[in-house]
Write a protein that binds this ligand. Structure first.
Ligand code: ADP
Length: 260
């Protein structure tokens, strides 16, 4: 499966999303980490109030594409982007757009849950705040205090609970778009199912894009699926069709487990 063969290949599309249906419209997006190109001219639309899954072998650019949707890649030194990502019709890569404002409007849930038990936190933080301690120093000192008081282990939530807390934190500001990067990869099957059920409920209010290396998960939770390989968007379409009637030979090879 060579990149040379894929690079100039048009993405195979089934039931393409119209401009009117799209919350996010990616146009000819290429991305380089320094000299290394990670995305090749990706064009795809993400429809409102649907779940879109991004699948493909490790290193194919799934996370890079996801992080391009809220300009998280800008935080990596040496990144260069070409093309456009239109969010509600506005190109978020326009020089006049503030990346911090973009990230505030688009919720993101990471592979490893990174929560904090807020009410307990606020209790412990109270005195520190009065002293003017802020930011990461405040967090570190609260955690340290909880550990020293032998409370830290008790207030710890299970992995699944932590991830749901992080989802709650992400949706608290009602972001129209919710990005999830392998949200269940660190969880057991029961916690995974709880998160998958939650994702299905969330799409009534939000547009969800989820990266997963688990094809069964993509089949269970998503309406549409993107299949990527070597930084190229090979095929996209309704999930059921992509899994039962793949049109590109690479898609078929991947979903039948012949590579990746
Ligand atoms: P996936 O999510 O499909 O596993 P990634 O988007 O993480 O793929 O990576 C795509 C390619 O970009 C890989 O070759 C990876 O090594 C490279 N890459 C990812 N992040 C960085 C980075 N911060 N610096 C340099 N190269 C990176």
């Amino acid at each position: 499966m060579s990149l040379e063969m894929l690079k100039d290949h048009e993405t195979v599309r089934t039931a393409p999303v119209s401009e009117a249906e799209a919350l996010v419209d990616v146009r000819g997006l290429s991305l380089w980490y320094g000299a290394k190109q990670a995305l090749y001219g990706i064009s795809v639309r993400f429809p409102r109030n649907q779940v879109t899954a991004i699948i493909g072998p490790s290193g194919c650019g799934k996370s890079t594409l996801l992080r391009s949707l809220n300009r998280m890649n800008d935080l990596v030194p040496g990144v260069r982007v070409e093309g456009e990502v239109l969010y509600e019709g506005v190109n978020i890569y326009d020089p006049r757009v503030d990346p911090v404002a973009v990230r505030r409007h688009i919720g993101m849930v990471f592979q490893k849950p990174n929560p904090f038990p807020k009410t307990i936190f606020e209790n412990v933080a109270f005195g520190l705040r009065l002293l003017g301690v802020k930011g990461s120093e405040l967090e570190d000192r609260v955690v340290e205090a909880l550990k020293r008081a032998a409370l830290w282990e008790e207030v710890k939530l299970s992995g699944g609970q932590q991830q749901r807390l992080c989802i709650a934190r992400a949706i608290a500001v009602e972001p129209p778009l919710l990005l999830m990067d392998e949200p269940t990869s660190a969880l057991d099957p029961i916690a995974t199912q709880a998160i998958e059920d939650l994702i299905l409920e969330l799409k009534a209010r939000y547009t969800v894009v989820i990266v997963t290396h688990n094809m069964q998960q993509a089949a269970r939770v998503s309406d549409r699926t993107l299949f990527m390989h070597l930084g190229v968007l090979v095929e996209e379409g309704p999930t059921e069709e992509l899994f039962t009637k793949p049109k590109h030979p690479y898609t078929e090879a991947y979903i039948t487990g012949r590579f990746g």
